[in-house]
Design a protein around this ligand. Sequence first.
Ligand code: HEC
Ligand code: HEC
Ligand code: HEC
Ligand code: HEC
Ligand code: HEC
Ligand code: HEC
Ligand code: HEC
Length: 371
Amino acid sequence: MNILTGFNLRYGLAILVLCSLSPSWAWGVENAECLECHSDESLTKESTDNILNTEITESLYVDEESFNHSIHNDNGIACVDCHADIEELNWDEELPHAATLESVCCCSCHEESAEEFKDSVHMEIRKKGVTMTCYACHGYHDVKPMEAALVSERANSVCLKCHNPAHTHDWLPAADSHFAFVECVVCHAPEVPRTINLRFYDLVTNQFLSGDQLLDTLGIEYDAFMTTVDTNGNQQIDTDEFDDLILMLKQKDVHAALRAELVAEINPLAHNIRSGSAQKDCGNCHAADSPYFNTVSILLTNADGSIERCTIDRSVLQSYYVNHFYLLGGTRVKLLDKIGLLILAGGACGAGLHLLGRILTSPIRRKKSKK
Ligand code: HEC
Ligand code: HEC
Ligand code: HEC
Ligand code: HEC
Ligand code: HEC
Ligand code: HEC
Ligand code: HEC
């Protein structure tokens, strides 16, 4: 009995070790096997479309390079993890798997996102006969990590595939600035946690400085960045520490500023877009104590697409070195705010004028409330 248990244990351990060494072997089909056929650009399938009932030719080509850089491949998700109805390939047949495969359910791994999507306007449209898949927004073989992406690369380009916001935001002054610096879902999925991403921008070359470039300039490694900059050791970069950092860069002949963007955190709540519930209250953002600016961090982007986040004090948003993020109502020179608003909101409708009124009268109201 004892010998048997010992044997089983050793046998089990050996399997465990083998599994951890070669997970795809243990589970069967390797990506490379699928790609033997599907990396062929000319591989197609003849079928009949279900709308016009005509003959169509579908490409069955999978771009290996692009797939290899996807977040799924990075996390060890293989072809057969999504195409889960292929359990094995039968190499005796010309076509080693069923000719028609089940459609992939993203929700099998992303339950929380699917749950939030359930009550959204994009699910509602099913009632009108419009079906929207998860990959209408995300794609499928080339889903890239979104955290380091710019507003323009993020949901803005996702949403712009189907919407033209130019027609639906007449009431919003400087709408183009909002679209450039505020991600759509920050307003449209108001419960999603959000954050301000700051990136270094080289004022001479007019290009973003990557984390690697920045650290090269400073002559330090990643792990040394915070200890070098955060001199008082409170785990965040304070305004004076930030000024020192800018000075250090200047001494190395790099003239940099920060560019700010208001983006959503990568969170399932981003799916909860509903009709008529978007953020419209200017004062929620354009106020000195706006909850929208509670988390502010500098992003150091690496060549491989990964990022480091360094927390920075929100008062840095008022720094001269934060370019084009002139937060009316929440910023530096109050008088400039008022003049800026007057000019910019000149053509705007009631909402803008209301805000203007509030800001102009705020000293009076403040005095009143003190009394
Ligand atoms: C020997 C070549 C070969 C290999 C290996 C192969 N496929 Fe295919 N695959 C094909 C061909 C050919 C078709 C088109 C079948 C048809 O005409 O109906 C196809 C079709 C498909 C389709 C479309 C099915 C549909 O319902 O339209 C998917 C998805 C697919 N393959 C995934 C995979 C995956 C995943 C693997 C690896 C586990 C794999 N294939 C391995 C040749 C191959
Ligand atoms: C994250 C999940 C996921 C992974 C991983 C994945 N696929 Fe797909 N694949 C899909 C989805 C979604 C579709 C769209 C059609 C559907 O729902 O089946 C698709 C479609 C296809 C098609 C049909 C042609 C096309 O592009 O629409 C082929 C062939 C295919 N996949 C092969 C592969 C191969 C080979 C791999 C591994 C290199 C792979 N897939 C990995 C989700 C995935
Ligand atoms: C209308 C476009 C849209 C559709 C459709 C959509 N998503 Fe998303 N998804 C987003 C946005 C926006 C984010 C947040 C990232 C960002 O701010 O860019 C996100 C984030 C995610 C994340 C990361 C969340 C996390 O906590 O890691 C996953 C996973 C995800 N979506 C899966 C899905 C699945 C599954 C479906 C289908 C049920 C789906 N998405 C449908 C737009 C969409
Ligand atoms: C077999 C499990 C599995 C399936 C099926 C799957 N995913 Fe993923 N997905 C993952 C894993 C693992 C990650 C990386 C960890 C994480 O962010 O949750 C991920 C991450 C993501 C992200 C987050 C990107 C980011 O920036 O953090 C999105 C978006 C996403 N998947 C979309 C999809 C879509 C769309 C489909 C369907 C075509 C799909 N996934 C199908 C496992 C899966
Ligand atoms: C694949 C196309 C597609 C994509 C991508 C898409 N949408 Fe939509 N969206 C629709 C459709 C279709 C409707 C329904 C329009 C209607 O009912 O008139 C809709 C409705 C809406 C509505 C409600 C409009 C109304 O009339 O009440 C909002 C808000 C919205 N989408 C925001 C977004 C945002 C934000 C994104 C990006 C995260 C996005 N959409 C991505 C297709 C899309
Ligand atoms: C400053 C906040 C804000 C930003 C940023 C924003 N929106 Fe809106 N949007 C709104 C509000 C408020 C409405 C009015 C309808 C509502 O309350 O949903 C609206 C209306 C819409 C509508 C029409 C809804 C309807 O009821 O007819 C669509 C579609 C839409 N937005 C898409 C987008 C897209 C796409 C982006 C990103 C390019 C975007 N929005 C950016 C706040 C915003
Ligand atoms: C979700 C937060 C948010 C809401 C809601 C919002 N804004 Fe903004 N707004 C911003 C941000 C962030 C910027 C900074 C963009 C920049 O620097 O150009 C901005 C910029 C502006 C600008 C200056 C644009 C420029 O080019 O300098 C004006 C004017 C403005 N907003 C007015 C308004 C008014 C009026 C409303 C209400 C109808 C409003 N905003 C609602 C976040 C918001």
